[in-house]
Design a protein around this ligand. Sequence first.
Ligand code: HEM
Length: 393
Amino acid sequence: MAKDIPVYDGDMWGRDAILNSRTTDDKIRELAPVVWLSRENIAIMGRYNEVAGGLTDWQSFSNRSRPWHDPNSVRPEILLTDDPPRHTEIRKVMAKVMSPPKLKALTADFERTANDQVARLMARSGEVIDANVDITRPFVHKVLPDLLGMPNEGRENMSAFGHMVWATMGPMNQVFHDALVGSEPVVVWADKSCTRENMRKDGLGEATYALADAGEITHDEAKLLVMTILAAGSDTTVITMATAIRAFCEFPGEWQKLRANPSLLRNAFDESLRWDSPSRMAGRITAKEVTIGDYVLPAGTRTGLLFAAANRDPRKWQDPDRFDIERDLKGHVGWGFGLHSCVGKIMAQLEMEALFGALIKRVAKWESAGEPEWWMTTIGHGPYKLPIRFIAA
Ligand code: HEM
């Protein structure tokens, strides 16, 4: 007979829980393979096997809905709210827009921007600066809108736009409402900047609209995809690279290892995704009754999958709090896993290789210069501000 699912009465998405998300998420994971959140009336899973299993088994864990998903919401959605066959069709379109050769051709632009920005940064060696605000954000906020072909005007809205998107994917709590204050002009800017007439003709935005001309998607879907790239591709990359710098402050030997062997760069990036995952959780809905060990989830159960907790599950990872750029990372869920795994992975990797490729050559070491200020969103996680010092090589 199925056992009662253990209940957690605490708040996982309030300010305190967000500030201490590591402790909160680990508590859930250690409670049971599946836990019932009484405040939200949803199930949540934090152990590696259950999270990876849920992401793989899309027939049981559908993307058609998820915790807090409101089908009548004004927020338009695509891909993450689709199951096959529609999901497969849209992924095919995305694969055309962002094919590896197309992205690879842009590497020279990424490298040029990274080298320029890092060369200018060197004047600040020894000063207290902010890893997010002064290093990772200016880079991503230039290359991503350039890549899409967005106008230059209004790009200072990118942080506010990303924050608004990531803070409103969770429950409608204070964090959600705070993020909406003053957000209207930001939404108007994003909408206008992703409108075809306002985009350059040689960007990924226009390439997406061209697939609508060819009948592969509708023009509304094309716009939605362009806005999805903007929303999903910006802060995730900014934060992951800032997290990597935080890790190099805490584990200085790993930076020396990377400088000695830059071929470890991709693994180092993935290790920072595992060590402190920027996508804290994903959501699904059970399409049928699902058995998780001794517990049963009825069909129609909205379920959260805690990437961050699974990526630190000691059942899977030895010494999970250690940042180890040579770790075997096969199966980590920092990019998700299975059908919905990150469509922008190659783009993010190319950005990181360009920026860190330049930093490796010029930065001898990183030092922490204070506590991070955490990104106050329900679903995204990581250092929004990160005081550091670097010493030029
Ligand atoms: C380091 C940077 C990034 C991280 C950590 C990241 C993380 C993730 C994760 C965990 C998922 C799976 C979500 C789920 O299963 O519910 C995902 C999906 C997705 N990502 Fe990323 N992402 C990053 C960069 C990007 C970029 C640059 C883009 C721009 C194209 C992007 C676009 C997407 C999209 C559209 C999906 C949905 C895919 C689908 O439903 O099939 N991401 N990402």
